[in-house]
Design a binder for this molecule. Sequence first.
Ligand SMILES: Cc1cc2nc3c(=O)[nH]c(=O)nc-3n(C[C@H](O)[C@H](O)[C@H](O)COP(=O)(O)OP(=O)(O)OC[C@H]3O[C@@H](n4cnc5c(N)ncnc54)[C@H](O)[C@@H]3O)c2cc1C
Length: 399
Amino acid sequence: MPDLESFRSETRAWLEANCPAEMREPVRDEADIYWGGRNATFKNDAQKAWFEACLEKGYTVPEWPTDYGGAGLSPAEGKVLKQEMARIKARPPLSSFGIWMLGPALLHFGTEAQKQRFLNEIARGEIRWCQGYSEPGSGSDLVSLQTFGEDKGDHWVVNGSKIWTSYADQADWIFCLVRTDKADKYRGITFMLFDMASEGVSTKPILLISGSSPFCETFFDDVQVPKDYGDGVTGYVGEINRGWDVAKYLLGHEREMISGMGGGGGMGSLGKAVMPSLGEDAMGRLDDPLLRAQLAELDVEALAFKAMAERFMDELKAKKNHPATPNMMKYAGTELNKRRHELIMASGGSEALEWDSEASNGGAKSRDWLRTKANSIEGGTSEVMLNVISKRILELPDA
Ligand SMILES: Cc1cc2nc3c(=O)[nH]c(=O)nc-3n(C[C@H](O)[C@H](O)[C@H](O)COP(=O)(O)OP(=O)(O)OC[C@H]3O[C@@H](n4cnc5c(N)ncnc54)[C@H](O)[C@@H]3O)c2cc1C
């Protein structure tokens, strides 16, 4: 414990010296998030300085081993760093599906050569990944996917299409589920890695209700995927035809990542956040008794959620977690976040419905609210999470 306390004071001092004031402000638009990748640009000097300081220290992926670009922090040290960053509301220096999803899968299933190449590229922000799982007709029932890779000896020829591929038009590479054996549903999928600039890959953006278009349809027309990129870097993760194991493992990490929104990001108390819209009564309380009660209830639930998430993360790091834990976290976190944004809208009145005005920061409230509608769909729907919880945690019989 004394070691951890000295780590905390060193970390606090390091953050004070290296995290620019602009990087302690809430994220306002997409350009405030640094995703890295071949075509990445920094929004401003502060974003660049913060990323470079973290990169040098291994803090883009603090708990990954130093060999793979991390700082090699223990889970306890990683938690202290997270707490200290949250204390000063520091933005993540690098956001990446590589960090949240592919990296953990490579650490578990990847070959040494794959780890050396891809984990270091991810940690340095040199490669941006997208996730090729869902297909038209294969979302919740993902294992029914039809995109097919024909075996040509040293490579596959892949044909088919994916849907809802987040940021596919901006990604450098894709981690992609491809059927390689039509005879076996579960043991006929390979988890492939390939360049989005490969001949035969194309994308088409999908416009969403929130007005933005971060998703794509992704098409594969005779795309050649090598089985080996050289130096032992295979073009697939795990074993050929056993990609379903990798896919499920990765989904657990995706669900944990998505569940994080239950904590409300850096928003803190919802009651305090909506104070400017609702005003206060003579006793300094929110000036709407009905909403006040609902806001207080949500603040209490958010605290309970944070405590639950912290306990689950500790259990996970100690490898003592129930395998269905991420489903519980995902369900609780995303449903809570949807309710949070309903209350923000209810507290904001008609002004919250503004879509374009400068005063409303380009309709940020209503766009954020509409975006939360997808929370309980992405990474597996709430209904599917409840099915898993009832079967694997409550051990109820199948319907
Ligand atoms: C914001 C967002 C980002 C996404 N990003 C990606 C991405 O980057 N890559 C990617 O591959 N995919 C991505 N997806 C797709 C996502 O994984 C799927 O939308 C999700 O798995 C649900 O699949 P579906 O849309 O095909 O719905 P369906 O599976 O068709 O479900 C339709 C409805 O039926 C219900 N339902 C289905 N099966 C059952 C059941 N057994 N029991 C009870 N109810 C059921 C569902 O809950 C839902 O309400 C994204 C989705 C969203 C919304």
